[in-house]
Design a protein around this ligand. Sequence first.
Ligand code: PEP
Ligand code: MN
Length: 337
Amino acid sequence: MIIVLKPTATEEQKLHIIEKIESLGLRPHVSVGVNRTLIGVIGPEDAVRNVPLAAFPGVEIVVPILQPFKLVSRELKEEDTVINVGGVKIGGKKVVVGAGPCAVENREMLLETASLVSRCGASLLRGGAFKPRTSPYSFQGLGEEALKHLAEAREKTGLPVVTELMDPRDIPLIEKYADMAQIGMRNMSNFALLRELGGLNKPILLKRGNMATVKEFLMSAEYIVTNGNADVVLCERGIRTFETATRNTADLSAVPVIKQLSHLPVIVDPSHATGRRDLIEPLSRAAIAVGADGLLVEVHPDPETARSDGPQSLSPPQFELLMKNLAPVAESVGREL
Ligand code: PEP
Ligand code: MN
């Protein structure tokens, strides 16, 4: 439930309510908005059923949170959340573009790609060190060596780094080298891993599972937030349908749907959603138009030789053109690129 405080509520009254909630074994979550302060009551609500919280001094009204996800819900926090990733703000006016190779293949290709995407206006560098491959015989990523290259690329370009985390045992490595941990679609429902992320001192890029509903996606985000890490950015990356023309089906309606349900920023990955480089630009345009706060795009210096996801990777000139063509689209919907 949510306790809405009166605009005139005092600090003392607020603390009194918080103490009461804690004494019942529940967790208060204070959200200070522009117009009013809300206190979310997190935990089994049976404990408060017979407590007349509405009668406490300073309380305007007590309303139930109807959605099963609480902390990430728009009901609890009306304003959009802006998440700071190494100085880059996701969820504000700027449409943030993260770009880079599917996998870090070697130092040279990463540094070359990083400097190119930075020059073209990308704000984040992506690159996989631990790759979730369908086949155990495919390239699995360079591990810590890749993370060192990513950290060097950040030093050279200033771009914060986002990279996938699959195994909780690698959390210290992510803490050491990266600015944001990506949780891939295969791990969206790995609740043990999600719980561990609560203790990670970096923002999370949570990708939607390819079979997950929007509600399941938001419940996974709730796992991370309720375990102590509020900095979650959601990423729509396509879902599995009967359609085979594209690698996945980009569910662009999920963007405005999630924006209605949650205050968290939402970005779109047109690369994995389509699997086809010729569709990256149209999907990116559409994603910006429906309100995405950013894009995650795969770029490779020589896509023909890429060790993973070559067919969906843009070449450097294609990425440059993409950025040029997206700027007016962002402007037309009141955003900037
Ligand atoms: C990736 O970003 O390289 C990736 C593997 O993404 P997803 O988890 O969306 O398939
Ligand atoms: Mn990939």
